[in-house]
Design a protein around this ligand. Structure first.
Ligand code: GDG
Length: 470
């Protein structure tokens, strides 16, 4: 079996055997792929150094080798806080109003990608499969090619791909996309983002796309395909039945004293539609004064990217909105929105999901959204809750039995809350059964097997013959 070299902005490994449950599904999936393929995971350590030295910190941990580099403060400012999170992230989430174009950001982004290429190329052996992740590293494949790397290279984008009309507002957009086309496989979360990408390469670059979704570029064929990411179904359902989850479940249930619970779990990010979500709940409370004391929204929102101004802004907005809605609808012994700016261990999160009658997942735009799938996986099939899901999340392509809503319409979301709260058990079970089948089938293991098989240029038939070691 070929060795796998995974490259992402940050590297996440289990601290010790058995600690995998504390991590996200993506880290779990990549770790298991790396163990199976005896691979290396390369990325930024998250640490800063005064002057870039290229020093590689190599560690072997639970059968996975990690290699990390430190970056200079200017790199972090221009590449990570700058081009990645102030230019590409908002643009890829259709927020052209928040997109900042600054030449220094672009230069920092290229510089750090070159630094990644310099540092990782000596680790790549001739037969290795190279798998690059996400919007931080779009041009890395081309930089590896310039260093003579002839291996199969894949790139997977975890975010949406924007419509051509938005993308063309990015200075040097064609250079960026051309650099991506040096990879052999380019993966997207859904066919929607894939189609946007194919539209761009055809209309803006005049390239030919075959019926098999291969793009002809410089005499080579590049496969572009959708590989919808999933959750680690086994791990998550098991966690949701464990003691830690049960304790969290009971703690939450007893704290609401018989009231219904809605849950939201999101990194504190403007793409997640938290402000609109709070307003929708405020509308529901206003429209149903008789039921207003009967339902609580638990919103878990660990802060992220706090160095970026738009993230400080959203935090302030949400504090104001929470205060406003709670002020209008709270009573002695009752507060409608519990807004919590901290993270919880995964097992506790699973218990909270299971305790919640409604999962409220209302991003304005999201590549996939794993929270929607985790909520489904954690439910009790005999008494499942209802998922209210934004039509603009990649997950909506798959989870069609959720209550799909337009998150911009507070009336629409408020009506969906009412519908979910009053949905009969039989309908809840029927919907959940279908949703669960889809979450179970399209899990994170399948995602990475499909991608790695495409990267290894195996046909789907051949891929299904590959046994997955336990
Ligand atoms: C990007 C794309 C795509 C959240 N709070 C806590 C916690 N989380 C975990 C959730 C979930 C993960 O973080 C968030 O994943 P999402 O998919 O919902 O969103 P992004 O972070 O924006 O992820 C997205 C994803 O990449 C994967 O490709 O689906 O579209 O934007 O797993 O559970 N985990 C713990 N405590 C928390 O408080 N332990």
């Amino acid at each position: 079996m070929k060795r796998l070299v995974v490259i992402s902005n940050r590297v996440s490994v289990p601290k010790a055997a058995g600690a995998a449950g504390a991590q996200g599904g993506l880290a779990v999936a990549l770790n298991s792929a790396l163990r199976e393929h005896r691979g290396i995971w390369f990325g930024w350590s998250g640490q800063e150094t005064e002057e870039f030295t290229g020093h590689l910190d190599m560690q072997r941990n639970d059968d996975v080798t990690t290699a990390t580099i430190d970056l200079e403060p200017q790199d972090v400012e221009e590449y990570y806080n700058g081009y990645a999170n102030r230019t590409l992230w908002p643009l890829f989430h259709y927020r052209i109003d928040l997109t900042e174009y600054d030449r220094n950001f672009g230069e920092g982004y290229e510089r750090v990608n070159e630094r990644f290429a310099d540092s990782v190329s000596p680790l790549i052996e001739p037969d290795d499969l190279v798998w690059i992740h996400d919007y931080h590293l779009l041009p890395l494949g081309s930089m590896l090619r310039r260093r003579g790397i002839k291996n199969r290279i894949g790139l997977f984008l975890h975010t949406p791909w924007p419509p051509t009309r938005l993308l063309t507002s990015l200075p040097f957009h064609e250079r960026l996309v051309s650099s991506m086309l040096e990879c052999d496989v380019i993966g997207f979360q859904t066919t929607e983002w894939l189609e946007s990408f194919l539209h761009y390469v055809q209309k803006e670059m005049g390239l030919k796309v075959g019926l098999d979704n291969t793009i002809e570029y410089n005499g080579r064929k590049v496969l572009a395909r959708a590989f919808p990411i999933g959750v680690d179904y086994e791990e998550f359902t098991e966690a949701s039945r464990g003691a830690e989850a049960q304790e969290a479940y009971e703690r939450l249930k007893s704290s609401v004293r018989g009231r219904k619970i809605m849950i939201g779990v999101d990194r504190l990010d403007y793409s997640k539609g938290l402000g609109e979500r709070f307003e929708s709940f405020g509308r529901y409370l206003g429209d149903h004064p008789d039921n207003a004391g009967d339902v609580v929204l638990l919103q878990i929102a660990p802060p992220s990217r706090g160095d970026v101004a738009s993230y400080q802004q959203i935090r302030e907005d949400l504090e104001r909105k929470t205060g406003h809605i709670n002020g209008a609808h709270a009573d002695v012994g009752f507060v409608p929105i519990r807004y919590v700016n901290r993270g919880y261990p995964r097992a506790q999160l699973a218990g909270f999901y299971r305790a919640a009658d409604i999962g409220l997942v209302t991003p304005l735009r999201d590549g996939m959204n794993l929270v929607a799938k985790e909520y489904i996986a954690a439910q009790d099939p005999e008494n499942p809750g209802v998922l209210i899901l934004s039509q603009f999340a990649g997950a909506a392509h798959q989870l069609k039995d959720a209550l799909l809503i337009n998150p911009h319409s507070i009336e629409h979301v408020s009506e969906a809350i009412e519908r979910a709260l009053t949905m009969p058990l039989a309908e809840r079970k029927k919907r959940h059964e279908k949703l669960l089948a889809s979450v179970r089938e399209q899990d994170v293991i399948r995602w990475r097997e499909d991608f790695v098989n495409a990267l290894a240029a195996k046909t789907p038939a051949a891929a299904s013959e590959v046994a997955t070691p336990a």
